[in-house]
Design a protein around this ligand. Sequence first.
Ligand SMILES: *Cc1c(COP(=O)(O)O)cnc(C)c1O
Length: 360
Amino acid sequence: MAEFRLETAVRRPEAERNAILAAPGFGSNFSDHMVVIDWDRERGWHDHRITGYAPFTLDPASAVFHYAQEAFEGLKAYAHADGSLWRFRAEVNAARFQRSARRLALPELSTGDFLAGIDRLVEVDRDWVPRGAEQSLYLRPFMFAHSAFLAVKPSATVTYAVIASPSGAYFGGSGVQPVKIWFSREFSRAAPGGTGFAKCGGNYAASMVAQQEAEAAGCSQVAFLDAVERRYVEELGGMNLFAVTADGRVITPQLTDSILEGVTRSAVLRLAADTGLAVEERRLPQEELYQGIDDGSISEVFACGTAAIITPVASFADPDGVHVVAGGEPGATTLSLREQLTEIQYGLRPDPYGWMHRIV
Ligand SMILES: *Cc1c(COP(=O)(O)O)cnc(C)c1O
């Protein structure tokens, strides 16, 4: 694992930082520094550094602009009551980033470099970690290809970077706000053999028009069905889905190459099993979901991901109508899982899983 050179940036004035931290929003403000590591075929990963947050200068022919050869990650640093700063299962993000890179013909970054870069950045920008309830420093690692040629082939030069954004609730407001979800009929997010299991910008680009359709229908998120039979529930544009049955089972779509394996998803599966719920990872037909919601045998549905944590689903809608989940109110299992997860992340209960790692 390489050493990171520190190029100290001009730090923003404390008053400006405090104004941002008082109302951080999500993903629109950034800390003073960023991680940068370069890669090329001859030297591999080199020039590891923490540098001032600043624009990149790129050749207009850079591969990423034309062929979207890039991948990213998303995770958070949490402040505990004693002022210490922690990360949650970041080694799982590192492994997923390696899988994404392989799929996108990008070079793999070692887990050591991934973790060390994050730790150095959080340490240098520790004053940017907000301390309020459910606030965190959202970390966005990413890599992009920038060889300047228009031939379709893997880039010979790549840059990896991590930027950090002080963040509050993803859906705005405070506390737990149930969301309305739109099922897209026309659009797919990912298909077998495609890039759905990889965290890459192309998947998000493909989801945006469906997201617009959802918003036009008064919903805040879009859910996707499998691209082949258009029958099985897959996930949202950036979150995994769970249904909870009235008789205490928790169902989530089984992983395929068109579903992104969430770090939150696997944590929820573990917490649910350890809470005594029967966990089912299997194909979930849309008609089973709708029927269960309508007859009450499915009593709760929630979405989960790093940014939005665990968010109750109030309803599903499609061109044929609306299915309201248990009156649209968050359910007890959803709230309990959410509380267990956030209390572990914020150091308010013991972490028997070894998920948390102290940064500073
Ligand atoms: C990032 C992401 C998720 C959630 O993953 P977490 O690791 O829990 O944040 C779910 N679905 C998609 C498509 C994603 O990109």
